[in-house]
Design a protein around this ligand. Structure first.
Ligand SMILES: NC(=O)c1ccc[n+]([C@@H]2O[C@H](COP(=O)([O-])OP(=O)(O)OC[C@H]3O[C@@H](n4cnc5c(N)ncnc54)[C@H](O)[C@@H]3O)[C@@H](O)[C@H]2O)c1
Length: 295
């Protein structure tokens, strides 16, 4: 098989289901060695068998992305089995619990930020230097969300975590360019997965999160609204094909839902309008043509 991925090795967090598993099979079928790490041991075994049945070289490792030592163990097992690592997909994430700013408990904020933000930091600190080490370059794909492009009412913690993932991706893309590592932020809208059931993966140290009752708004079909939105999403395998397509055209933002363009454009328009307002300001308008200091 001749393509730029074939024979290389990808590490995918949260690879036992949903988007992670779809990416694992897509890159695996392109000839990559696949390492899936996941907190859900049972699902991890099922996913490993599924990938093996597709004739994919796969290694499954237990992984809670909030735990540094588990990342280091995963890296050691990956190198022992496959050698160099070329791709990291920071995919593991949780949806949090729908609620207003006043309803959302600090425990919930900690859980969502620890998994969705620090999990990505931990993964990149453990795997990034390994991609750099062999000098062939590679890819880091951080799974953010459309929620990282626009705030989302009643999902403040989730939206904040995904905005952080977009921002980290932009920062690291500049830092790692010299090492020939391309960093992209994947920003899907709804994808049909189990993201609305994220409490199933709650670690013991965050058990207080369960005390926060979710604001359950019923949708037309009688289903919980969060579940209905996720159910209406695109298939994860379609997203995975889109990711390969976007990497082939070297996209740093990977969008999977072109129908969300208007909302993001409107935000860009508001930001631009805010600059015009600052330019016309009696207080700061005179700074308009000042040179920008870049570090
Ligand atoms: N489904 C969507 O509509 C959607 C939209 C935008 C972004 N996303 C993002 O996509 C990513 C994947 O989510 P999904 O939709 O496939 O959901 P999912 O719940 O189906 O899959 C998430 C996977 O991550 C694992 N996981 C959860 N916590 C973990 C932890 N601490 N350590 C390791 N593994 C952990 C789960 O066991 C599961 O296998 C997430 O980052 C999510 O925020 C999803």
């Amino acid at each position: 098989m001749s393509n730029k991925f074939s024979g290389k090795t990808a590490v995918i967090s949260g690879g036992a289901g949903g988007i992670g598993l779809a990416l694992a099979s897509e890159f695996g079928l392109l000839g990559m060695n696949i390492v899936i790490g996941d907190i859900d041991q049972k699902q991890l075994t099922v996913a490993e068998q599924h990938l093996r049945a597709l004739d994919i070289n796969v290694l499954a490792c237990p992984l809670d992305v909030t735990q540094n030592q588990q990342w280091l163990d995963l890296v050691a097992s990956t190198e022992a089995r496959f050698g160099d690592i070329h791709m990291l997909i920071n995919n593991a994430g949780v949806g949090g619990i729908p609620g207003s700013i006043n309803e959302t408990k600090i425990d919930t904020w900690k859980w969502v930020l620890d998994v969705n933000v620090m999990g990505v930091v931990n993964g990149t600190q453990a795997v990034g230097p390994k991609i750099k080490e062999h000098g062939q370059g590679g890819w880091i794909i951080n799974v953010a969300s459309m929620a990282g492009m626009n705030g989302v009412a009643y999902s403040g913690a989730y939206a904040a975590s995904k905005a952080a993932v977009v921002s980290m991706s932009e920062s690291w893309a500049v830092e790692l360019k010299k090492d020939n590592i391309s960093v992209s932020a994947l920003c899907p809208a709804f994808v049909k997965t189990r993201i609305h059931e994220s409490l199933r993966n709650l670690q013991p140290e965050y058990q207080n999160v369960k005390e926060q009752g979710a604001t359950k708004v019923k949708s037309k079909g009688g289903m919980n609204q969060a579940a209905a939105l996720v159910e209406s999403g695109i298939p994860a395998q379609m997203l995975a094909k889109r990711v390969v397509e976007a990497l082939n055209s070297k996209q740093s933002y990977i969008f999977t839902h072109p129908n969300y363009r208007e909302g993001v454009s409107y935000r860009s328009h508001l930001l631009d309008k805010a600059f015009v307002d600052a330019e016309n300001s009696e207080v700061v308008g005179h700074l308009k043509d000042d040179e920008i200091v870049i570090l």
